[in-house]
Design a protein around this ligand. Structure first.
Ligand code: CMC
Length: 435
């Protein structure tokens, strides 16, 4: 990267000032390259939570949090959600361009050829308790894939990386559906490759060997949209985890397992599960009549209660994915004759009240994608405990595209943050009876 712009850092203690190059992206904030700061001054920057730190350059996803804009490889999420399916979106994220008809056919063929998991994988499932959280199962089983595919673990070989990417995208629906079937005691369903990616997943989730599974196009389209909306979101916690794990040279299956573990947290992918639990709780306590009381709790800092599905580190405007998800929510509830769903009514009222309340307005807290995705998933018949697994399934392509971008970068280095040490200085160990 070349730069003519510079930033000058001056010090109040007489240390000579120092210039740093400033780089411009194609869009978005400029960055100050501080890589030489420590070498030249012996000082680090301090940025817990990475509030002001760009850890990489990337061509994949761009978010303008103030405008509420999300672009995959330059394309607005609204256009992708309306005109493309999930596998076209995967092609775009992985290879940089939407596929033409021939490329689409080829990509679908390559993905569907890899949808089965090794039969021995079923034994892994049997090692889990039936009441295990499906995310616990998923972390374990995705990590375990690295024990099965020794032929694609050389991360320096682009062909190995290409096959691993396809394997992960193809096998995630199978593993997620297996985690669900394991929890309810039904037999695992083998993939049906003539179905679309999302229809196949729904069949593996809800079909049984006893009956033919009827594909409902409206519901399949809704699931496909959930997958598109969650496919990538630039350098969020789980993606940064995948990049950090990958920076050490770890294999892609291990890296994606690390991403799944990070996604599980309630401040990240676990929020849709937490959001639906919140709606259930308000509903059980009296529904719309109790919203005022609930909002007062949220505003009381000592209560520890948050309005789940609201707020975002990057979006300081309406999350564009939330708008699309609300639209999908209408479609799905209409299709299933659930227009009077009390949780949907509750969420619409909560949203309306929060958007008018100064607490939320002054902090720029708007609904995020999880505010409506839980209701859609519930209507599709997906149990709450599976929500984050669906998110993980969708995000796998983003993780793998970001991982691949990092490995292909000749300037890539192992990630190694530094610290401000505030603990004890050197001291000597005393014999145990003198401590
Ligand atoms: N309910 C009530 N207050 C909130 C909320 C909320 N959902 N979110 C933020 N705030 C308050 C927060 O208490 C703080 O107030 P103050 O300035 O008085 O201390 C202010 O808003 C700024 O919040 P923050 O915690 O500094 O913001 P952040 O950027 O660190 O956190 C967040 C972002 C997503 C972790 C947070 O908004 C949150 O916990 N939201 C609920 C969980 C959720 O819905 N997460 C899903 C995110 S979208 C899916 C994904 O991409 O993973």
């Amino acid at each position: 990267m070349n730069s003519t712009k510079k930033a000058t850092l001056s010090f109040s203690d007489g240390t000579p000032s120092i210039d740093f190059p400033i780089y411009e992206g194609t869009v978005g904030p400029e960055v100050i390259d501080i890589r030489k700061l420590y070498g030249q001054t012996g000082r680090f920057t301090f940025d817990p939570g990475f509030m002001s730190t760009a850890a990489c350059d990337s061509k994949i996803t761009y978010i303008d949090g103030d405008k509420g804009e999300l672009l995959y490889r330059g394309y607005p999420i609204e256009q992708l959600a309306q005109n493309c399916d999930y596998l076209e979106t995967c092609h775009l994220l992985l290879y940089g361009e939407l596929p033409n008809r021939a490329q689409q056919k080829d990509f679908e063929f390559r993905v569907t050829r890899h949808t089965m998991v090794h039969e021995q994988m079923t034994r892994f499932f049997q090692g889990f308790r039936r009441d295990a959280h499906p995310m616990a199962i998923l972390v374990g089983c995705v990590g375990a894939l690295s024990a099965f595919y020794h032929d694609s673990l050389d991360i320096n070989d682009p062909e190995h990386r290409r096959i691993s990417a396809i394997r992960l995208i193809a096998k995630m629906p199978t593993l997620v559906a297996m985690a669900y079937k394991y929890s309810n005691g039904q037999p695992f369903m083998y993939p049906q490759n003539k179905l679309s990616y999302s229809a196949n997943f729904m069949r593996m989730m809800f079909g049984t060997p006893c009956e033919d599974y009827e594909v409902n196009d409206v519901l399949v389209r809704a699931l496909d949209r959930i997958l598109i909306l969650h496919a990538d979101h630039e350098q969020n916690a789980s993606t940064s985890t995948v990049r950090l794990a990958g920076s050490s040279g770890a294999n892609p299956f291990a890296c994606i397992a690390a991403g799944i573990a990070t996604l599980w947290g309630p401040a990240h992918g676990g929020a849709n599960e937490a959001c639906l639990q919140m709606l259930d709780q308000i509903h059980a306590q009296g529904g719309i009549a109790k919203i005022g009381e609930f909002i007062s709790q949220v505003k009381d800092k000592n209560s520890g209660v948050k309005l789940m599905g609201f707020g975002h580190r990057v979006y300081k405007n309406y999350d564009p994915r939330a708008k699309l998800m609300r639209e999908t929510c209408y479609e799905v509830l209409g299709e299933l004759g659930l227009n009077n769903d009390p949780l949907f009514a509750l969420s619409m009222k909560l949203e309306q009240i929060a958007l008018e309340d100064d607490y939320f307005v002054s902090r720029k807290l708007y609904p995020n994608v999880d505010f409506y995705s839980g209701i859609v998933q519930k209507a599709l018949g997906i149990p709450t405990s599976m929500f984050t697994c669906i998110f993980a399934l969708a995000r796998t392509v983003g993780w793998i595209a970001q991982w691949n971008e990092m490995i292909s970068d000749p300037e890539q280095k192992i990630g190694r943050p530094r610290q401000l040490f505030v603990g004890s200085t050197r001291r000597d160990v005393k014999p145990i009876d003198q401590r």
